[in-house]
Ligand binder design. Structure first.
Ligand SMILES: [Zn+2]
Ligand SMILES: [Zn+2]
Ligand SMILES: [Zn+2]
Length: 118
């Protein structure tokens, strides 16, 4: 298994690591490796970041659980370009990173039910 550390150390934020078969340092994985696939997600079940639910299924030894609405202020999304974290509420309300402006894949919204309680 590989994991990537933030490309710029000492930026002041908490250390973040992304588990699973990432293929570059912007958290793309071999399931979703398009130019917009730069989001990693912290899973409710284990508190670890993975690039996508398929990575979690491949690498974790347990079934995933979704974030309940009461915890939507948790910073569970990671922009793989600038390594800033977004809360679930922030992420669901935007289509681009508020910190670096990178557009997020609009197709990800199709997968919301896999990660977040509706
Ligand atoms: Zn998990
Ligand atoms: Zn993946
Ligand atoms: Zn960003």
């Amino acid at each position: 298994m590989t994991s990537y550390e933030p490309p710029r150390g000492g930026s002041g934020g908490p250390a973040v690591r992304v588990l699973g078969p990432t293929v570059d340092d912007q958290t793309r994985c071999f399931h979703y490796a398009g130019p917009l696939d730069v989001i990693a997600i912290r899973f409710h079940c284990c508190g670890e970041f993975y690039p996508c639910f398929r990575c979690h299924a491949d690498a974790a030894d347990h079934a995933l659980s979704v974030w309940p609405r009461a915890e939507f202020d948790t910073h569970a999304l990671l922009c793989g370009v600038c390594w800033s974290t977004l809360s679930i509420s922030e992420y669901r309300a935007t289509d681009a990173c508020p910190y670096c402006g990178t557009g997020f894949n609009p197709g990800c919204s199709l997968h919301y039910p896999l990660y977040f309680a509706e």
